[in-house]
Structures are given as C-alpha cells and as structure tokens.
Design a protein. Structure first.
Length: 371
C-alpha cells in the first residue's frame, strides 16, 4: 500500500486537498452509488457503496429495455445515495464533488445519473465531474486490497468493449489492440442466448461451463495467430450457432459441453493476446478489468500464465468487476488528483452515449502503438 501512495503522489505532487466524492453510475442496467474519500495524493479510499441491479426486471425481455432502465434508475438513485451517506456516517453537505458516468452507455439511462448529479451539485453549490465508464472499469482495481502500480498492461473486457492498453498513469493510455467486431462479453452473452440461457448470458454460460467438457466441440480462436493484438469474436458466435443447429434436439444434453467449449475459445484468445501484449511492452504487470474479468476460468488461466512469467496480475474485487458507483467515484478522484481535469459548476449534464476511450488519451501518447 505504501508504494501505491508514493506512486499516486508522483503524478501530481502539488495536490494536497482532501475530498469526499459521490459517484453515480447509471449507464446501463445497474444503479450504483458510492462515496470515495481522497486525502492529498494518497490512493483514494472507498467509504461506502450501494448497488441496485435491474437484471431481474430485464430478464423477462431477454435483454436490457432502455426505457425501463431509465425509469428504474430514477426510482433507485436517491434512496441509494441516502444508503451510502448513512453507511459512511456522512451528510450531503460534506460532499465536495459529485461524479457521474457521462458515457458511453444508454442515453436515457446516462441522463438520469447526470441529471441527479448536476441537480445535487447545483443545490449543494458543489462542482460535478462526468466520468468515462471504461476509465472507471480500468481504474477499479485500485479499489482492491491489492492495488496495482503504474505502468501496466490492461485487459479491459466489458460487455461492449475488449481492449488491450498500455497504462503509464491516469490518462496516459495507449491502445495496443481491440476487437474489430464483437466484444468478449458480447461473445459470452450472444452464445448464451443461442443456447437458451437467461440474460445476462455471461455468468450463466460460465456456470454451466463448469459442468462441461471444454474440448467436446472444436470452435474457432479468431485472430489468435494474427500477429497483432486485435480481437474478433463475431465468427465464434456464428460457429456456436452452427453447432447448436447441428445438435438440434440434442443441444439440451450437450449444452454444458458447448458452453465449456465456447468459454475455452474466448479465454484462450484473451489469454494469448494478453501474454503477447506483456511481451511486446516488456511490462511485468497485468490489470484485468470489466465484467468478463469476473470469469473464474479466465482468472485461473491468467494467474497460471502470469505466475510462469513472473508477472503480477491484478483484478477488481469480484463484486466491483461489473458496473458500480465505486469505480466512477474512484476514477473521478484519481483524475482530479492527476490534475488532468477540474470539476465544473456548469451543470450542463451533456452525456456522451458514444464516447471513444481514445479521446481520453494524452496528446503526447499515440492513440495506437505500432505493432
Ligand atoms: O463491465 P460490465 O459490467 O458492463 C459493461 O460495461 O458492458 O460487463 C458486463 C459483461 C456482460 O457481457 C456479462 O455477461 C459479462 O460482463 N460477465 C461475465 C461474467 N460476469 C459478467 N462473462 C463471463 N463470465 C462471468 N463470470
Ligand atoms: Zn461496465
């Protein structure tokens, strides 16, 4: 921990203020609210967080219904705010900055978090800060009991994004490779749907895979030998569909094997490309973030491969892998500490449903490193 405090201090030595930040996440189907406290340039600490998952509500529709998501965020966000304040023993008046997810995500859902954050900020006379959802995921391992130190290679695997990055500090990100079509999370979710598993498919497929034989079906490992660090998962989904059709009524008894084979294909590609990224950069630290980072098989295989190479690997706490308010408050705190941004009293809640992460990368760092 002391090494991390030093590392954080190095980013912006002039920063000394203490701050209590409220973080609000509402980009998709979880309403997350959290309080993070930062003192000077020490690693910010999570004081309380609360989450409401809409999974049960959307399950009947087989996926997220944006209008229902927005309405539910409206219902949940203020009670969750009261919960975290009570849990941390703090009052609204003590909040210094209100952070919210500005994008990417569902426009209506984002507007709820942004609207509430700006209304709270205006009422309290405190500034607000819009946070990039993926930067929240990326920095979420800093909330864990074993936080990383810069620099590291990051494998960012969420529902809509699969990226490998070199991370030298807050805002100092270089894209090493990314998916050219579906994300790994999408591959899990779409394959699960084809197998008739409930939404969200990833965790269900992973659970079923534990009972199956991962070598039962030969599925493609897209771009495994492409020589670059890009991913492609759309073909895998098609291969799963072909296999499911071929099985017909026999799918039911072979479902666990198909799930295990699908998971093995996704994990192998993520594993091999992550190892290649470590080799290419020469870095000895890997950080995994985003919902797919909760996958047990991925963790086991990354742990084993990293141990063999003398690489330290870090994950967010399991309950902070998927969307939550803590990562939004943390990213805001770390951005403010780094001096890259200032919180604003403009209260313009201009959300960005599409917001490429490349726009956060520092101008001196190329947005893409040549292979
Ligand atoms: O990061 P996240 O919560 O939301 C986005 O920002 O997209 O990631 C959600 C994704 C979904 O695709 C979900 O199926 C997947 O993470 N996921 C998993 C597991 N838990 C969540 N995929 C595989 N295994 C899991 N255990
Ligand atoms: Zn997310």
């Amino acid at each position: 921990m002391c090494c991390n405090i030093r590392a954080v201090r190095d980013w912006h030595p002039a920063y000394t203020r203490s701050m209590l930040l409220l973080g609000i996440e509402s980009s998709c189907d979880e309403t997350g609210v959290a309080l993070v406290e930062s003192h000077g340039n020490a690693l910010p600490l999570l004081r309380a967080h609360a989450l409401h998952s809409q999974i049960a509500m959307h399950q009947a529709y087989g996926g997220v219904v944006p209008e229902l998501a927005s309405r539910d965020h409206i219902r949940r966000v203020l009670p969750l705010t009261e919960t975290v304040l009570a849990e941390a023993g703090r009052s609204l008046a003590e909040i210094d900055v209100v952070a919210y997810t500005r994008g990417p995500g569902l426009a209506g859902a984002l507007l709820v978090g942004a609207g509430v954050a700006c209304a709270l900020g205006a009422a309290l006379g405190k500034p607000v800060l819009g946070v990039h959802h993926l930067e929240g995921h990326l920095l979420s391992p800093f909330l864990s009991a074993d936080p990383p130190e810069f620099p590291f290679v990051a494998l960012l695997v969420s529902g809509g994004h699969t990226q490998l990055m070199r991370v030298d500090g807050v805002g100092r990100y270089q894209l090493l490779g990314e998916t050219i079509d579906d994300a790994a999370g999408e591959a899990f979710d779409k394959s699960a749907k084809l197998m008739g598993l409930p939404y969200p498919g990833g965790p269900w497929l992973a659970k079923l895979a534990e009972e199956g034989n991962a070598t039962a079906f030969k599925l493609p490992r897209p771009l495994l030998h492409s020589g670059d660090l890009d991913f492609s998962f759309a073909g895998l989904k098609t291969a799963v569909l072909t296999q499911a059709k071929k099985l017909g009524t026999a799918l039911e008894v072979n479902k666990a094997d198909l799930a295990a084979s699908t998971q093995a294909a996704i994990v192998e590609v993520l594993l091999k490309k992550s190892m290649a990224a470590l080799e290419q950069t020469g870095l000895k630290r890997l950080v995994v973030a985003g919902g797919v980072g909760a996958n047990r098989s991925l963790r086991e295989q990354l742990n084993a491969a990293c141990a063999k190479r003398g690489v330290r690997v870090h994950y967010p706490e399991l309950h902070l892998c998927t969307d939550n308010g803590a990562m939004i408050a943390m990213a805001a705190a770390m951005r403010l500490q780094s001096g890259l941004v200032e919180a604003s009293e403009r209260y313009a809640f201009d959300v960005k449903p599409r917001w490429p992460m490349a726009s956060l990368m520092t101008p001196e760092a190329p947005s893409r490193v040549p292979a």
